[in-house]
Design a protein around this ligand. Structure first.
Ligand SMILES: CCCCCCCCCCCCC/C=C/[C@@H](O)[C@H](CO)NC(=O)CCCCCCCCCCCCCCC
Ligand SMILES: Nc1ncnc2c1ncn2[C@@H]1O[C@H](COP(=O)(O)OP(=O)(O)OP(=O)(O)O)[C@@H](O)[C@H]1O
Ligand SMILES: [Ca+2]
Length: 473
């Protein structure tokens, strides 16, 4: 494997010249033996292809670019081309013989990934007797790795975990058996399970963009930009209460510049983080007290957007993403609150997603790293007040009218987008489940890491440099 620019990997050939047939056979034997020591590599995969994702190229991408690589790497693959939406999810939930495989691969976009996520997590909980309707249930991590071959219109999850959306690069991460743990958010309404999320939960601006764009699916990926401009111009804001449990004190700050992004060296995402936490915990009496009491912080306000970014959400549209310092596997999500402000200010904030400026450095934006949160829209609060106070009703005071007349360009509620799906309820509770799944990926590498050979990272068995071969020869 050879690294090229922009986090892409390609196949690289090494030609061995031997003086005799016997030496050649020895080499083949030794190399195969060394490869067999590397047990993290998958041997057997279950592949789901969405033939209608993105530009409808999923099948071609798999057959022409990925299958030949799996074949060369002696990986066997059972391929299912989906016939309808939720085919992959339902097959994983009930039918798939998961014991036969080392991993599940999805060929498609974020929607297809979400199907695999729901199928695999739900199956794992059912097999372990965990009730996912309980918001505080401790979910059991999935044993199979998930690989993503990008072939959708939005490949945000692939982009934010690999650094590029290139099918060959993703196939090579699968082949070498890379492993990237990832947090998963569970979303509940009252005490019933709604969905899982790994990237963006967005209420207000992004919820409205998604709701509008669903009506214009025929426009393809451009629908997001069109609905984006429309939603920006409507400038709706929504009133409600956000309550959240802040992250432990060692988890870094959403505004820190470390940008470790869940890489293997990242202390925040690794087990070593706990030791670091123990030391800091001692010195922070106030923080300690708050964590012990599991104290929720409560913010009431009028918001243009409420976003929970469980990972950076970097994508070609926004190369550093919604929360550039978010970690993939730290057990937290970054909660971004954009309060009511002028159109110009909101435009400035949005624009900063496309350049190097800090999008959180505005008086109307705040960001919190949290373990769980709840959102209650205002009309819910008013509805319960209404129940309690007959007097209010008698006086003819109608909460919804009040909201509409005092805020003449506000509707009463928005919808949540959950990794691109619209949720049916606005009042939601969200909990982060640390490292619930593992991807065949390694996070976005920094420049120095990119200088090294891919095989150096795989341990001593595969550290075969061409120069070394010549010396032995
Ligand atoms: C002035 C330029 C501002 C550009 C601001 C760009 C910020 C982009 C942030 C993108 C975050 C994507 C997170 C991805 C989540 C995925 O799990 C999900 C499923 O595929 N995709 C979406 O929800 C799809 C979400 C698609 C959201 C597209 C938003 C487009 C906004 C355009 C705003 C235009 C304002 C123009 C003002 C004149
Ligand atoms: N055979 C199928 N026919 C129709 N829909 C399917 C099929 N297989 C999967 N789907 C659905 O297609 C949706 C979009 O798929 P995918 O994510 O692969 O592509 P996409 O173009 O990136 O779409 P989006 O950007 O909307 O997520 C998914 O939600 C998935 O459930
Ligand atoms: Ca996280």
């Amino acid at each position: 494997v050879r690294r090229t620019s922009g986090h892409q990997w390609t196949c690289s050939d090494v030609t061995f010249h031997c003086t005799s047939q016997r030496l050649c056979e020895q080499w083949i034997h030794v190399i195969n033996e060394q490869l067999s020591f590397h047990t993290n590599r998958p041997r057997s995969l279950l592949v789901y292809i969405n033939p209608y994702g993105g530009k409808r190229q999923g099948r071609r991408v798999y057959e022409q670019k990925v299958a030949p690589l799996f074949h060369r790497a002696h990986i066997s693959a059972d391929v299912i081309v989906t016939e309808r939406a939720n085919h992959a999810r339902d097959h994983l939930k009930t039918e798939a013989e998961l014991d036969k495989y080392d991993g599940v691969v999805c060929v498609g976009g974020d929607g297809m990934f979400s199907e695999i996520l729901h199928g695999l997590v739900t199956r794992t909980q059912a097999d372990s007797g965990v009730d996912q309707d309980q918001p505080d249930a401790e979910l059991v991590p999935c044993s199979l790795h998930i690989g993503i071959i990008p072939a959708g219109s939005t490949d945000c999850i692939c982009f934010a975990t690999v650094g590029t959306n290139d099918p060959v690069t993703s196939a090579l991460h699968i082949i070498v058996g890379d492993s990237q743990p990832m947090d998963v958010c569970s979303v509940h309404h009252n005490n019933s399970f709604l969905r899982y999320s790994v990237s963006l939960l967005g209420y207000g601006f992004y919820g409205d963009v998604l709701s509008d764009s669903e009506r214009n699916r025929w426009q393809g990926p451009a629908r997001y930009d069109l609905s984006g401009v429309k939603t920006f111009l409507s400038h709706n804001y929504y009133e409600g209460t956000v309550s959240f449990l802040p992250a432990e004190s060692n988890k870094g700050d959403p505004r820190d510049e470390l940008k470790l992004n869940g890489k293997p060296v990242c202390l925040v995402c690794s087990q070593q983080g706990s030791t670091l936490h123990a030391q800091k915990y001692k010195n922070l009496q106030g923080q300690e007290r708050r964590e012990k009491a599991n104290e929720l912080l409560v913010i009431h306000g009028k918001f243009l957007a409420i976003n929970a970014a469980n990972m950076s959400c970097a994508c070609p549209r926004s190369p550093k993403g919604l929360s550039p310092s978010a970690h993939l596997a730290d057990g937290n999500t970054d909660l971004i609150l954009v309060r009511k402000c002028s159109r110009l200010d909101f435009f400035r904030h949005l624009l900063r997603h496309t350049n190097k400026d800090d999008q959180f450095d505005h008086s109307f934006v705040e960001v919190h790293r949290v373990r769980r949160f709840r959102f209650q829209p205002r009309h819910h609060e008013l509805a319960s007040l209404e129940d309690l106070s007959e007097g209010l009703k008698k006086s003819g005071f109608s909460p919804i009218c009040v909201t509409q007349t005092t805020c003449n360009y506000s509707t009463t509620h928005s919808s949540w987008t959950c990794d691109g799906e619209i949720l049916p309820h606005a009042d939601i509770q969200v909990s982060v489940h640390r490292q619930l799944i593992r991807l065949f990926a390694r996070g976005i590498e920094e420049e120095q890491q990119q200088q090294r050979s891919v095989f150096e990272d795989l341990g001593p068995h595969l550290a075969l440099e061409p120069s070394l071969h010549w010396t032995v020869d």
